[in-house]
Design a binder for this molecule. Sequence first.
Ligand code: NAD
Ligand code: WQD
Length: 337
Amino acid sequence: MKKILVTGGMGYIGSHTCVELSQAGYLPIIVDNLENSKIWIKDRLLEITGVDIPFYQADCADSVVLNQIFEEHHIEGVIHFAANKAVGESVQNPLKYYHNNINSLLTVLEVSEKHNCQNLVFSSSCTVYGEPDTLPVDESATIKKAESPYGSTKIFCETIIEDFIRSSNVYKSVLLRYFNPIGAHHSSLIGELPLGVPSNLVPFITQTAAGLRDSLVVFGNNYNTADGSCIRDFIHVSDLAQAHVKAFEFLFAQSQSTCTAINIGTGQGYSVLQLIQDFEKTTGVKLNYTIGPKRAGDVEAVYADARKAKETLQWEAKRSIKDSLRDAWNWEKTLLK
Ligand code: NAD
Ligand code: WQD
């Protein structure tokens, strides 16, 4: 059984990916400092997969611990999820973001090199495209100057990986550029755990529907879009997680060094107001919302050209927006208990 080191594997996307890896016959080995996740996720992963997934509570920028893990296990690939991801916080505290997101990647690369582990999947983001010149946006689009330090770390990390791979003739990497992951595992055992007031749309919707928040504010209805609200590519987190399994199948099949960026989205643009209507239809819950001003730094519209993922990874999103919203709502309801 191939062992895959999953940094940040207790987090939202990481935990769903561990499920998919395990169900595809890999053994995930998690390293996470629990800065933005909970220890009970480990039991939930056991309940879903039947596998007691090895877990190390540690900072993945700690090379001593990372070396120990590589010595204990024959690791054949790494997925590097571990990062801070709150866009607003990154504007307030940029050094935290540069420190954590860059140092953790550097350590992962140095220790992987030391142990001759040649396969890396990196969590990048559609944020690297900023406001795209054409839609749907494909991987050859211009990388724009980031709107936030968080976004800058994704651009820097992609560049660091590209330079590292260029310097070798053996290392291989897929840079997965995620669009907007939403929803939760259909079991409702794992899902998103926002700290404090959510800044992302779907957790704010489900918390408002649950009565934890009075009202959702839609940030702007005078964009140049059909209904005036922003457009995004919302993708079910389990579909996104499956793309990581496909990325390893691709990497393990490559005999030569490679570094390639791949969009992970549905290819469909959905507006914020459409999403709210679909949430109400799917769940039967009426949502309190008001229209407010635009949020600084928001792009008007972004959705993926998802053809490269299909051609290169034989992956495409299968779940609908309604599946995502139903699963997000079922997960929120379990949190209320
Ligand atoms: P998350 O916060 O739920 O998960 C990240 C996990 O990493 C957490 O469990 C946290 O405790 C851990 N972590 C952070 N720094 C660490 C460190 N130095 N050492 C060990 N563990 C550490 O976030 P997520 O939504 O699952 O995002 C995962 C990755 O995907 C991140 O790199 C994020 O930037 C990227 N991404 C997320 C989204 C999104 O909308 N959620 C979109 C695009 C890209
Ligand atoms: C979606 C839409 C808001 C909250 C962010 C990061 C991006 C990536 C994904 C990591 C926008 C609107 C939101 C609310 C609203 N993360 N909205 N009211 O901004 O597309 O992307 O997460 O890489 O880098 O920037 O996601 O969920 O915050 O917003 O109207 O209370 O919902 O304006 O149009 P976003 P989001």
